[in-house]
Design a binder for this molecule. Sequence first.
Ligand SMILES: *[C@@H]1O[C@H](CO)[C@@H](O)[C@H](O)[C@H]1NC(C)=O
Ligand SMILES: *[C@@H]1O[C@H](CO)[C@@H](O)[C@H](O)[C@H]1NC(C)=O
Length: 293
Amino acid sequence: MANSRALFFAFVALIAVGWGAVVVVVVDANFASETSCNWGGANCKIDGDNLQFILNKWSGAGIVTKQQFIFGSIEMQIKLVPRDSAGTVTTYYTSSTGNKHNEVDFEFLGNVSGQPYTIHTNIFVGGVGNREEQFRPWFDPTDGYHTYTIFWNPSMILWSIDGTPIRVFKNRNSKGIPFPLSQPMKGYTSLWNADDWATQGGRIKTNWSHAPFIANYKSFQQRVCAYAGPNSARQCAAPSAANWYTAPQYKTLSRSQIDQLNSVRNKYMIYNYCKDTNRFNGKMAPECSYPPY
Ligand SMILES: *[C@@H]1O[C@H](CO)[C@@H](O)[C@H](O)[C@H]1NC(C)=O
Ligand SMILES: *[C@@H]1O[C@H](CO)[C@@H](O)[C@H](O)[C@H]1NC(C)=O
């Protein structure tokens, strides 16, 4: 597995060198080489391609990728806190910095034993979020590892689980809808206590007698265009073999991806900001007038 991945990345690197025009770093990522703990001290355990977060009364834990990037995909396998995870939140997101930052979020809100997690998603563009969509998992996210992917290219941002697209945010810049194109991002994940709001609206608190709460991660893959200064936005957006995410098949979703997306959204979506007319007083975000793909 590790070997075949290394080979694959060597292959991509060769293409990159062959193409010559653009300097792209495609790395065979693992947690140890590509990320560092930015929170939690001993509660943050990186061991090669495995990562473990521990949440106890004193601290949670978090990591951040070392590389800033523009476009590409960030993927990891996560086994969420099992059994009573009420009050805990596991995050997985990409973000730029500054007060007009962009951010693409997955958050997993825990629950009491036997009750389902909530998969929460959001996107901030130019510092503005308020674009929450929530889903029930159609699988048990604690029974084993599941793959979560954030994909970003000049045409769209795509959230997928085990290869199934659940949400897409398209570049509709030409319609006056903002889309992240130039700010470099990093990838983050963390486990923390959010019992003031996370579970059943904050009514259910973290039961510390069930601590430590543990989330496990593996198979981190970062296939991104490394940020190397102000020219990167243009270089990383340029269609080329090295910029793999610019290939024609990534410009739009395929028919079967649209079918999968619609099916998940019909069956498992539990909140959609585009439907929450009360919250926004009927003034819905402009992207809400378009189909969700
Ligand atoms: C927890 O379970 C309850 C009852 O099934 C459900 O209403 C709630 O949405 C679930 N998730 C969270 C995060 O509270
Ligand atoms: C917390 O967990 C303990 C051990 O399972 C249980 O006895 C207790 O009732 C739980 N507390 C609450 C508030 O649910």
